[in-house]
Design a protein around this ligand. Structure first.
Ligand code: UDP
Ligand code: MG
Length: 324
């Protein structure tokens, strides 16, 4: 027997969860018919949803033995949700996918074929189009991947997603990375293993809304840069050296000029320019240092990545107590 764990992070997904459940059931039945050795568990992570997501999950877990869930004490973010799912999964293979059907369940049989014999450790999808996304957003996303791959040794594949079908071995490797500031696109790539990309066209959400604002995505991309590259530190240093050299040249130039023709206003202006340039540069460099320092600070605190408030076992136990 081979168990497949399907991990689904959910944040305010009451509108799509029933649809997702229906779709995934069809796919699981189909896979079971083709491969009789397969069994499934679904592990939903309720990431502190404010709508009826938890109520839906409770109901599903009572009706279907394959449904497990973990409900967080608050919203910890999708990264924490994925980590919790991986940590609590029991399967020989683990799937991570979104609840909003943007990761089509119909891909699962194909993905399984790649990993089942151990030829690949991971099968994942790659968006080749960004239809349904605004032009500016796509442009910034492209820019991010370009910069990221220039300055980081870890390859971040453009269009790669958190829709993954992984072997237990790869999951354990990911779980060995205990970092608090998690950037999964980097982590999946950092651990290595053989990954097979399946290309597909972007799918739009059937219901609900994306929880990513432009600003949120921007901060997430900075997270990626700071987590997987120390290049900004080097940039600050190089820029500092460059400006110092420039300031020195300018200084010499102005001293010579002041000796030859006396123009006090010009000198004042030049001094002001150089001073503010240097002050700005210093702040910029200190700011970059601060970014790394704050992340180091958060890491050394060893805070838990997520906190659970309820899962299906606790819920069942509580119901039984109430019945007695
Ligand atoms: N999600 C989550 N916690 C969050 C935000 C999102 O678990 O704080 C889940 C969400 O329910 C969905 C997945 O992460 O299953 C992807 O979110 P979304 O569709 O909003 O992102 P997008 O597809 O626009 O990148
Ligand atoms: Mg989505």
């Amino acid at each position: 027997m081979k168990l497949i764990s399907i991990i689904v992070p959910c944040y305010n997904e009451e509108d799509v969860l029933p649809m997702f459940y229906e779709e995934i059931q069809k796919v699981m039945d189909q896979m079971k018919q083709e491969h009789s050795e397969l069994s499934f568990e679904m592990l939903f992570i309720d990431d502190g949803s404010k709508d009826k997501t938890l109520q839906i999950l409770r109901k599903m877990s009572l009706q279907d033995q394959r449904v497990r869930y973990i409900s967080f004490s608050r919203n910890f973010g999708k990264e924490a949700g994925m980590y919790a799912g991986l940590e609590n999964s029991r399967g020989d293979f683990v799937v991570v996918m979104d609840a909003d059907l943007q990761h089509p369940p119909a891909f699962l049989p194909k993905m399984y074929n790649f990993v089942k014999d151990g030829e690949y450790d991971c099968a994942t999808t790659r968006r080749v189009s960004r239809d349904g996304e605004s032009k500016i957003r796509s442009a910034f996303a492209r820019l991010f991947y370009k910069i990221m791959n220039k300055i980081s040794q870890t390859e971040i594949v453009d269009g790669a997603q958190d829709f993954r079908f992984m072997s237990r071995q790869m999951v354990n490797a990911i779980l060995d990375m205990h970092e608090y500031n998690r950037f999964s696109k980097g982590i999946f790539s950092w651990v290595g293993f053989k990954t097979r990309y399946i290309e597909y066209e972007n799918v739009e959400r059937p219901a609900g809304t994306s929880s990513w604002s432009f600003w949120g995505l921007f901060k997430y991309s900075l997270e990626g840069i700071f987590a997987f590259s120390t290049a900004p530190l080097a940039i600050a240093a190089v820029l500092g050296a460059f400006i110092c050299a420039l300031a020195l040249i300018l200084l010499i130039f102005f001293i010579v000029k002041a000796c030859v023709v006396d123009e006090p206003d010009l000198r004042f202006l030049a001094a002001m320019c150089i001073m503010s340039l240097l002050a700005g540069l210093q702040l910029f460099s200190v700011g970059i240092l601060g970014q790394y320092l704050s992340r180091t600070y958060l890491e050394v605190k060893h805070r838990p990545i997520y906190l659970m408030r309820e899962n299906e076992e606790l819920y069942r136990a509580r119901r039984e107590e109430e019945d007695e």
